[in-house]
Design a protein around this ligand. Structure first.
Ligand code: SF4
Ligand code: SF4
Length: 227
């Protein structure tokens, strides 16, 4: 029938309009413990809602990702120590897998010019980064993690949009605060790997000791027979 599509379309809009007020009423008893934005962003919530950004910021889901940062196990403010205690071993895997090729790494060297398993410089061009998270996925040392920080507009491209090692460095406690589940899983994985390594080393040492004891016994037997 002529005009039926328009009526149907408008009825959808009207449904959302009324649902907004129904959801407001449902939210009312929960207002002390939950922000309206978080309630409205939860799965199953209906109606229209507006966030008064930047005064109001909805809580981000743990797996939200924007740009990568580097993890350091040092919690203080000294930049040199932060870089020295960074988990990054300068292996270069992240820069190889990055589809946008926006990671540059300069490996550190010791006083003899020998390469160290540390990064001296680490750059991420945030204008090229497409937020895919491959760098964090492939890093074998849990040292590059996708951040939740997204308000990064700047007037200057080189200093503002090419993040260097100092800007990228964040403590492990920050990583734990934004991704508690992932942090706990990785910590547990590392603990298991360490245990397995220790178990293998102990088994190897035991085998070697047994071999040595057997060789000593055989030698003693041989010496006895010779006498
Ligand atoms: S993959 Fe991880 S350890 Fe290797 S260079 Fe990248 S951040 Fe560093
Ligand atoms: S998130 Fe993706 S594009 Fe951005 S630096 Fe990591 S791998 Fe490259």
């Amino acid at each position: 029938m002529f005009g039926l599509g328009v009526v149907k379309g408008l009825s959808v809009t009207l449904k959302h309009f009324f649902e907004t007020y129904i959801e407001d009423l449902k939210y009312y008893p929960k207002r002390a413990t939950l922000s309206l934005a978080d309630y409205r962003m939860a799965p199953g919530s209906k109606g229209i809602y507006t966030v008064q950004y930047p005064e109001e910021k909805p809580t981000l889901p743990e797996n939200f990702r924007f740009l990568p940062f580097l993890v350091t196990d040092y919690e203080g403010d000294d930049i040199a120590t932060q870089i020295e205690e960074a988990r990054c071993t300068s292996c270069g895997i992240c820069s190889k897998v990055c589809p946008a090729q926006c990671i540059w790494i300069v490996r550190d060297t010791d006083e003899n010019g020998k390469p160290r398993s540390k990064s001296k410089q680490f750059y991420v061009d945030i204008d090229m980064c497409m937020n895919c998270g491959y760098c964090a996925e492939f890093c074998p040392f849990d040292s590059i993690i996708m951040d939740h920080e997204y308000a990064l507009a700047d007037y200057e491209r080189e200093t503002g949009h090419v993040h260097d090692i100092v800007r990228l460095m964040k403590p492990a406690s920050y990583y734990q605060s934004i991704r508690p589940t992932q942090y706990a899983q990785k910590a547990e994985q590392r603990r298991r790997e360490e245990e397995e390594k220790k178990r293998k080393a102990e088994a190897k040492a035991k085998r070697l000791a047994e071999k040595k004891a057997a060789a000593a016994a055989a030698k003693a037997q041989k010496d006895d027979a010779a006498e």
